[in-house]
Design a protein around this ligand. Structure first.
Ligand code: GLC
Length: 550
């Protein structure tokens, strides 16, 4: 059995991972084909974003049937084989459970539209007249969060796309349906579950306008969220030791995350939060650019690491996923220092307290897409915002600059397996263009290079398994006298670990409290690290992990 504190999770975006049938869309067989590669990296869990039947408006996060596989990705037999083949290599699957909403094509919603009261109660339908929605809440993808259905004379709530209708968790029948879905996948042998935007599922019983914001304060970590989670988890046995659960928490707090993950609470094993990934949002707005605020980034990491540890909670730690631009382009340097900065960023995350997640392509240093035209974008959010920003009167060239940095498609370009046509991802036309830099940045090249980003990730994954101080140690921020450096200390009994990371393209000398002459270098992204008493010299984007016992 895998101990989740020593484990590492690898996220696969099936649509962009590996295509075996030439339709330009990745599939389950493609994942099977690449299992040896993933085994080589050393990861323990494979989180697969949704591959269930879906109209694919939000790339599978709009589910039409929770228990069937979308033919785009393959068949149930393919999945059974994938489960077995992964298990043979000592890896487990983690499925993505999207229970805040269903696709409007889901049978429940269709029956609600047909007038069945039972199914209208599965969602939030509110009487109303066209043009005056029940509240002023905003959808996360832009526009009002309520959609009017003329035939019914009612609005329904959708916090995301208009084709993603929010489920009413207050209704016990809905919770029972959800439990049955979980039981179905558990019986298939699935022991990992990721819960999509799960902290948004408890809505208030009275809907009112939000005069201060977009409505989120009424439903984020909502009134009955902890009770709901405990009920779902206990009734389906997800609190068992051999099951790993992770909740995606939007705009959450440390206190809530402790509550979600402290083992005493019997809710989830770990949480994602996103505060560290908003440090380049000007005034909190994703669609306004600014250089990232390093001071804030560091402070958020330190506060969350200490806070969660203090309450015996547990977090997932990560830079990248299918919703985030590539970290190396965002916090590193995807030009001259691409390799070093990718390794530096990896060191920061993999030395932390929490379970590290690697997003496909991160382990070879894949970069943002840098698309030039709206016709290249596919993501529903990007397409909406292209129109919204235009309506706001922004110039097209400015909108392109924003999308180039912020679009979720940056993360979704196909995996770069080799330097051939389409990066070896497909023999057909890819659903989203492959990054041109696949000629230089690809798996084949990485595996041939003993000093690659891949090799570095391999070591980090392995170190967590070897050193208890990494998986179980305490966390203490180290306040170095240098502005461009992030540093922290981990400790467990006699073991100590120190991490230094230089987020700048200049050499930096760090002075701190301890004499480090007798510390061992566990890992560094440069061949030589100069340590002199209490001083460490870090090369551009240099990082080092130091260790001492006793
Ligand atoms: C989560 C997913 C994202 C999706 C949204 C709505 O944030 O990660 O991709 O669009 O939920 O389901």
């Amino acid at each position: 059995m895998q101990n989740f504190k020593k484990s590492c999770v690898y996220q696969i975006y099936p649509k962009s991972f590996m295509d075996t049938d030439g339709d330009g869309i990745g599939d389950l067989r493609g994942i099977i084909e690449k299992l040896d590669y993933l085994k080589k990296l050393g990861v323990d869990y494979l989180w697969l974003t949704p591959f269930f039947v879906s109209p694919q408006n939000d790339n599978g996060y709009d589910i039409e049937d929770y228990c069937r596989i979308d033919p785009l990705f393959g068949t149930m037999e393919d999945l059974d084989r994938l489960i077995l083949e992964a298990k043979d290599r000592d890896m487990r699957l983690m499925l993505d459970m999207v229970f805040n909403h269903t696709s409007t094509r889901h049978e429940w919603f269709q029956r609600a539209l047909a007038g069945e009261k039972k199914y209208q109660d599965y969602y939030f339908f509110q009487d109303g007249t066209a043009g005056s929605p029940p509240t002023n809440w905003q959808s996360k993808f832009g526009g009002n969060a309520w959609e009017y259905v003329k035939e019914l004379g009612k609005y329904y709530l959708h916090l995301y796309d208009v084709t993603q209708a929010d489920l009413n968790w207050e209704n016990k029948n809905v919770r029972e349906e959800i439990k049955n879905v979980l039981r179905f996948w558990k019986e298939k042998g699935i022991r990992g579950f990721r819960f999509d935007v799960i902290n948004l599922v408890s809505k208030p019983t009275v809907f009112e306008d939000d005069e201060e914001g977009d409505g989120r304060r009424f439903y984020t970590d909502g009134p009955r969220i902890h009770e709901f989670l405990r009920e779902i988890v206990e009734d389906t046995g997800l609190d068992a030791e051999d099951v790993v659960t992770v909740g995606e928490m939007s705009s959450t707090t440390i206190d809530h995350c402790i509550h979600y993950t402290n083992p005493r609470e019997k809710q989830l094993k770990m949480c994602f939060n996103f505060h560290h990934l908003k440090v380049d949002y000007k005034d909190g707005d994703k669609w306004s650019l600014m250089p990232y605020d390093f001071g804030r980034l560091k402070k958020i990491f330190h506060t969350w690491q200490e806070g969660i540890a203090g309450g015996n909670g547990w977090n997932a730690v990560f830079w990248c996923n299918h919703d985030q631009p590539r970290a190396v382009s965002r916090f590193g340097d995807d030009g001259v220092h691409r390799k070093q900065s990718a390794k530096m960023l990896a060191t920061v995350i993999h030395g932390m307290r929490g379970t590290p997640f690697i997003y496909q392509g991160e382990e070879i240093g894949m970069t943002n897409a840098y698309f030039k035209d709206i016709s290249q974008y596919r993501d529903v959010e990007s397409l909406h915002y292209f129109d919204i920003l235009k309506e706001q009167g922004k110039k097209e060239e400015d909108i392109y600059r924003i999308l180039k940095e912020r679009s979720r498609d940056n993360a979704r370009t196909p995996m770069q397996w080799d330097g051939e046509e389409n990066g070896g991802f497909t023999s057909g036309t890819p659903w989203l263009s492959v990054n041109k830099n696949c000629r230089e940045i690809n798996v084949k090249e990485s595996l041939a290079d003993s000093d690659s980003i891949f090799t570095y990730y391999q070591k980090l994954v392995e170190l967590r398994k070897q050193y208890e101080v990494i998986s179980d140690g305490s966390y203490e921020p180290v306040f170095v006298d240098n502005q461009g450096i992030m540093s922290y200390k981990r400790a467990l009994n006699e073991e100590k670990l120190l991490v230094f990371a230089n987020f700048t393209g200049q050499e930096q000398m760090v002075k701190q409290k301890e004499n480090l002459d007798d510390w061992e270098i566990l890992l560094s992204n440069y061949k030589y690290v100069t340590i002199n008493g209490d001083r460490v010299t870090l090369e551009p984007f240099g990082a080092v992990m130091l260790y001492r016992k006793g």
